[in-house]
Design a protein around this ligand. Structure first.
Ligand code: ADP
Length: 413
């Protein structure tokens, strides 16, 4: 083959004979007459992805690499061609464009055969057709295998990343739980001492001191509430909410919630109306946890409703397709409402629909601050009871105040 270029036609025919074995003598003659010997230096592009192609190539000497451009601009190596191999036939058969780029790996010599003679011989020679078919099938199979291996590798990498994320997530909720637990104890002590100071006559005698102590009491109570919420949410996140079921009276639970907020309701001129709760049966649930659900819902209704607004709690029995008979409690308000895109997001931990900067620090003041944990805890508790909770609102509008309602359904087990 080294003297290929010295007596081209004879040598090309002799080169093609074993490569395309089974071809009739006249077909070999026709192809070798149509073939042009073409040398390429290493790294040269022999045919380019996206270009139209009307020649087919057979490698005489050297090796080529076939690569494909990916969407991210990188190149994917498909396979390597060695002497005797045909490439570029796909574009000819499909009358289309090149689907890959072929590049010389070191110096390469190829035979170029035009589309017309190649198709004519192909039409006459079933053996050439079968040969090409076998080669294409093998290539497709290789590509399949390669894609499957890549998918497997990507899948393994994703699984590893997921495991790591799960581990980190566990570490995060463990940290939250331990930190909140450890910090809650000294804060509880601080709260006790400052309350004692508040009732001490020596403090009560000095009005300036009284104001200062009042400030410390309010702040430590707030800290205590936040640590409690962090503890609750870390349990929800870790899936470790323990439910101790006993018969719970929903109207009594709401009375406790109301008395907790009595002063704030009065200060803000808000009315809290309870409807239908007395007709509900006792619910087999965790009283402390259910108190938290309704506490957070009423607290939010107070926080996001301007002064003089109305909060209505409606209880009723409903039959829910997947849950069976349920106690349903809806907490409605005449507040600022929630944008449709936020109705699900508000249940995420630490999520606030608005800018954090808008929040003041009061527990029940209008748009008063909160760490964004209430609804995450609420959903966790409701789901631990096998129930569901969702929010509804015509939209967010601080002027028109279209209101929101949060609906809780708890199945009677
Ligand atoms: P936060 O401590 O911030 O109140 P929540 O988890 O209880 O946290 O609520 C998340 C966000 O959902 C709130 O910051 C608020 O933007 C929105 N939200 C909750 N309840 C209401 C409501 N009744 N009306 C309007 N917005 C609400």
């Amino acid at each position: 083959m080294d003297n290929l270029l010295s007596s081209p036609q004879v040598d090309i025919k002799e080169f093609l004979r074993p490569v395309l074995f089974g071809l009739a003598e006249e077909d070999l003659d026709e192809l070798s007459q149509a073939a042009v010997v073409r040398p390429f230096p290493g790294g040269a592009v022999i045919c380019e992805e996206g270009a139209s192609g009307d020649v087919v190539y057979i490698i005489v000497r050297g090796r080529v690499e076939i690569v494909k451009r990916m969407d991210d601009g990188s190149e994917r190596h498909l396979y390597e061609g060695v002497p005797g191999e045909i490439f570029g036939e796909m574009a000819i058969l499909q009358e289309g464009i090149r689907t890959a780029t072929v590049r010389a790996v070191g110096p390469v010599t190829v035979l170029e055969i035009d589309r017309e003679p190649f198709l004519t011989v192909l039409g006459r020679s079933p053996s050439l057709g079968v040969r090409i078919l076998v080669r294409l099938t093998a290539r497709l199979r290789d590509a399949d295998q390669q894609a499957i291996s890549e998918l497997q590798r990507a899948n393994e990498a994703l699984t590893r990343a997921l495991r790591q994320l799960e581990r980190l997530d566990r570490t995060k909720s463990d940290f939250l739980q331990v930190a909140a637990h450890e910090l809650r104890t000294p804060v509880a002590a601080l709260m006790g001492y400052t309350q004692m100071m508040q009732s001490s006559p020596s403090v009560q005698r000095v009005p300036e001191l009284e104001v200062l102590v009042e400030g410390i009491v309010t702040s430590t109570e707030r800290l205590h509430r936040i640590f409690n919420s962090i503890l609750d949410v870390s349990r929800v996140m870790a899936g470790g909410l323990e439910i101790h079921r006993t018969p719970v009276s929903i109207p009594v639970t709401f009375q406790s919630v109301r008395s907790k907020f009595e002063q704030s309701l009065e200060e803000r001129g808000l009315t809290l109306e309870l409807k239908g709760l007395r007709d509900l049966p006792f619910y087999p649930g965790d009283p402390e946890m259910l108190y938290k659900v309704f506490y957070h819902l009423v607290n939010n209704a107070i926080k996001y409703t301007p002064d003089e607004g109305r909060i209505t709690v409606i209880g009723r029995m409903v039959e829910v397709p997947d849950l069976g008979p349920c106690i349903e409690v809806a907490v409605e308000d005449t507040g600022i409402g929630i944008a449709p895109g936020d109705l699900e997001l508000v249940f995420e931990t630490f999520y606030r629909a608005e800018d954090v900067g808008f929040h003041s620090s009061g527990r029940t003041s209008f748009k008063g601050g909160g760490p964004g944990l209430g609804l995450a805890i609420t959903r966790g508790v409701v789901q631990a009871h096998g129930g569901r909770i969702w929010g509804e609102s015509p939209g967010y509008d601080e002027e028109a105040c279209p209101g929101s309602q949060f609906v809780v359904q708890l199945p009677l087990v």
